[in-house]
Ligand binder design. Structure first.
Ligand SMILES: NC(=O)c1ccc[n+]([C@@H]2O[C@H](COP(=O)([O-])OP(=O)(O)OC[C@H]3O[C@@H](n4cnc5c(N)ncnc54)[C@H](O)[C@@H]3O)[C@@H](O)[C@H]2O)c1
Length: 367
């Protein structure tokens, strides 16, 4: 392919230039012939300036309104904190938008983005990179071949979050006044509390479900469909959750998530078992570029146990997600990771939290 046949790169702006933007989106965007990093925005002027210079962005700003008013910016990637208002503003400004997970902090706010996306002719996609993981795709194929599922499990015990600080050089500054950060967090906290109502005591757990486990909820939905009901939910502390998700016509899904471990790895997998076969997709560490996801298959053959392990080819889910974003913008193909799907994930997060016992204080905590 010659350069003259290549379409012009899509001019992209980033809102939020923190860790995930710096370790994944920006390096992959910079390498890609599909994109040109045209604008960067961060509340931190020092971060925006350092990142903007590193990637030779023409516009460097602390105001997302300014970035969205730039007619040169065709597409926006939202990697900030409070995504729904930014996504609504981006769509209103006529930009294509890739929204990092979670789509929103409440189902109502997610529904507003879904409505705006449906009414727009722009691409709106959610940053669920696992849905672009070739290992997950292979696992789904194997789930389909395994026979009737007797058990189905989604499990995610997060590893150390600080690992990325030692692996990648990052531009980090603390020039945003703490009142600004606190005001933003308090506003989100109030919106979450209002949504949860009687279950507001579980707000920390709900936030964990959205921030850490939006991925796991999307894996449930894509692998097994939206559950018909939450049959059970329990939590020993705000860093752990166990739920049983029931389906009218299929085996339930056992869903267990947790944070706070000191693992150097990430214990995140989705698996099924039938009468003859076990299949387990073990996801790669989300912060390690090009780390492969593996699929373990254990089956009975000729009365004997057979074990195999498939390793996904050398590509990165974040890179594939960006390529899919470019494809959706250029061809109009429907994105795989839809805003509507992400809304269903937030609704499930809310249903799980509302299934937890209310005012069940942990024994001995004195409250
Ligand atoms: N897909 C994934 O696996 C994955 C992994 C990590 C984080 N994330 C998501 O990406 C988002 C960012 O996470 P992070 O780890 O990079 O956090 P971070 O705190 O390192 O970065 C967020 C950045 O956004 C900036 N920011 C906040 N509000 C802003 C605003 N209104 N306008 C402009 N800039 C703003 C902050 O100053 C900060 O630099 C989170 O929502 C998180 O859920 C996704």
């Amino acid at each position: 392919m010659t350069a003259t046949n290549s379409p012009a790169p899509i001019r992209v702006g980033l809102i939020g230039c923190g860790q995930i933007a710096q370790i994944m989106h920006l390096p992959f965007l910079a390498e890609s012939p599909d994109f040109q990093i045209t604008a960067v925005c961060d509340l931190s002027a020092q971060t925006a300036t350092a990142v903007g210079r590193r990637y030779a962005a023409r516009q460097i700003t602390t105001s997302s309104d300014e970035l969205l008013a730039n007619p040169d910016v065709e597409a926006v990637i939202i990697c900030s904190y409070d995504h729904a208002p930014a996504a609504l503003a981006a769509l209103a400004a006529g930009k294509h938008v890739l929204i990092e997970k979670p789509l929103a902090f409440t189902p109502e706010e997610g529904a507003a983005v879904a409505d705006a996306a449906a009414a727009s002719d722009r691409v709106a996609m959610v940053g669920y990179m696992k849905l672009f993981d070739p290992g997950f795709a292979e696992g789904l194929r194997r789930f389909g071949e395994a026979g009737e599922h007797r058990t189905r499990t989604v499990h995610d015990l997060a590893g150390r979050f600080d690992i990325a600080k030692t692996m990648y050089d990052q531009e980090r500054f603390d020039d945003v006044p703490s009142e600004v950060l606190q005001r933003g967090q308090a506003d989100v906290g109030e919106r979450i509390a209002r949504h949860l109502g009687d279950s507001a005591e579980h707000a920390d757990l709900y936030t964990l479900l959205l921030m850490l486990s939006a991925h796991d909820l999307s894996v449930v939905r894509v692998a097994f469909g939206v559950p018909d009901r939450v049959a059970y939910a329990s939590s020993r502390d705000p860093r752990h959750l166990l739920a049983v998700l029931e389906y009218d016509d299929a085996a339930p899904v056992t869903f267990e998530i947790g944070a706070g471990s000191s693992y150097d790895w990430w214990d995140e997998w989705v698996g099924v078992s039938s009468d003859t076969t076990e299949v387990r997709v073990e996801f790669s560490h989300p912060y390690i570029r090009y780390a492969p996801t593996t699929v373990g298959v254990r089956e009975t053959r000729s009365g004997m146990e057979s074990r195999g392990r498939l390793t996904a080819g050398p590509d990165d889910p974040f890179r594939r997600e960006l390529r899919h974003f470019a494809l959706a913008i250029r061809t109009g193909v429907d994105p795989i990771s839809t805003v509507g799907g992400a809304l269903e994930d937030i609704e499930l997060a809310s249903a799980i939290i509302k299934a937890l016992p209310v005012s069940a204080r942990h024994e001995g905590d004195g409250r």
